[in-house]
Ligand binder design. Structure first.
Ligand code: NDP
Length: 328
């Protein structure tokens, strides 16, 4: 049998963490042949809650779970880490300015980047879920100069999955038959779900819908504001769907996309599609052999261009703001 893979989860005692850990332990992150060792990071006040979750994990009697260790020190939590899921972040609270939010998250993601740099395994793969995810990933990456920059990614898979679900309903086609959808830009309200290259049961989605007004006024805002819709209905923010998307992101990165499809991941830009190099922005991505590459050569039409640019401009502003704070 294989040696266990070290999976570090931050914010492990939070809502998303609670939904995520059981799926990792059951083998859904890395596959049914891969044992995992969980390394949970929490702030000191939440360590006891994480210990409670660890007791429940024990009670799951998961055959793939090799052990659970809990830390309040990032350096130790990332020792030997192969897969890092950075979920814990400082949420925006009432009256908080964006600068304050970015600064508070700098205080979290800078030391985590340093800890990954110091102690993670050579093959480490990092997914940032905690918001503002793209810029938090940029901060962590900036403090891990010895780790290839491309190992730092941020999650837009939930947006991708939300868009798939909306299209499935609209076109009355199973999600499994909808391919080549793309989320561009920032994981925020400016994100752009692009259906112009997507296919539903082999048919071009934009042509099948043939209604730009529906795209502009219903589909795009529905996907972008789905988080708020869930808070309204559930009385709490989405957690299980976010955890599920984190599983999907990492599973796809490790195991690959199918040859007739791609996925959406926020990754460091190489300048493709006019996205400034180095920004962690969402692209259409194909994965294979544990690596990924941006899908090249897509035509960006007049509907898409300004929407991609608006989201990318927001990322430029966030980057400039954290630069000013000396965080990148
Ligand atoms: P959640 O587990 O609900 O959310 C965690 C993060 O994920 C938030 O930043 C949240 O952003 C983000 N997120 C990304 N996508 C989504 C989505 N679709 N739906 C909801 N959230 C999303 O937060 P909790 O408050 O329950 O738990 C956070 C935990 O993190 C706490 O236990 C806290 O102690 C811990 N923490 C740990 C740190 C560490 O390990 N060093 C540092 C900071 C916190 P948004 O706020 O925008 O919803």
């Amino acid at each position: 049998t294989q040696a266990p893979v070290n999976v570090t989860v931050t914010g492990a005692a939070g809502q998303i963490g609670y939904a995520l850990l059981f799926r990792i332990a059951s083998g859904q992150l890395l596959g049914a042949d891969t044992p995992v060792r969980l390394r949970l990071l929490e702030i000191p006040q939440a360590v006891s809650a994480a210990e409670g979750t660890a007791l429940e994990l024990e009670d799951g009697a998961f055959s793939l779970l090799d052990g659970v260790d809990i830390f309040d020190d990032a350096k130790r939590a990332f020792e030997g880490c192969n897969v890092a899921l950075l979920v814990g972040a400082r949420p925006r609270t009432k009256g908080m300015e964006r600068g304050d939010l970015l600064e508070a998250n700098g205080g979290i993601f800078k030391p985590q980047g340093e800890a990954i740099n110091a102690g993670a395994a050579a093959d480490v793969k990092v997914l940032v879920v905690g918001n503002p995810a793209n810029t938090n990933a940029l901060i962590a990456q900036a403090h891990a100069p010895d780790v290839p920059a491309g190992r730092f990614t941020a999650m837009t898979r939930l947006d991708h999955n939300r868009a798939l679900a909306q299209l499935s309903g609209k076109l009355n086609t199973p999600v499994s038959q909808i391919k080549k959808l793309t989320i561009w830009g920032n994981h925020s309200a400016t994100q752009y779900p692009d259906v112009f290259h997507a296919e539903a049961a082999g048919r071009n989605v934009a042509e099948a819908i043939n209604d730009e007004k529906w795209l502009a006024e219903e589909f795009i805002p529905r996907v972008a504001k789905r988080g708020a819709e869930i808070i309204e209905a559930r009385g709490a923010s989405s957690a299980a769907s976010a955890a599920s998307a984190a599983i999907d992101h990492m599973h796809t990165w490790v195991n690959g996309t199918s040859s007739d499809d791609w996925t959406s991941m926020a990754i460091p830009s190489d300048g493709s599609y006019g996205v400034p190099e180095g920004l962690i922005s969402s692209f259409p991505v194909r994965c294979s052999g544990g690596n990924y590459e941006i899908v090249q050569g897509l035509e960006i039409n007049e509907f898409s261009r300004p929407r991609i640019d608006a989201s990318v401009n927001e990322l430029v502003e966030e980057r400039d703001a954290v630069r000013k704070l000396g965080l990148v």
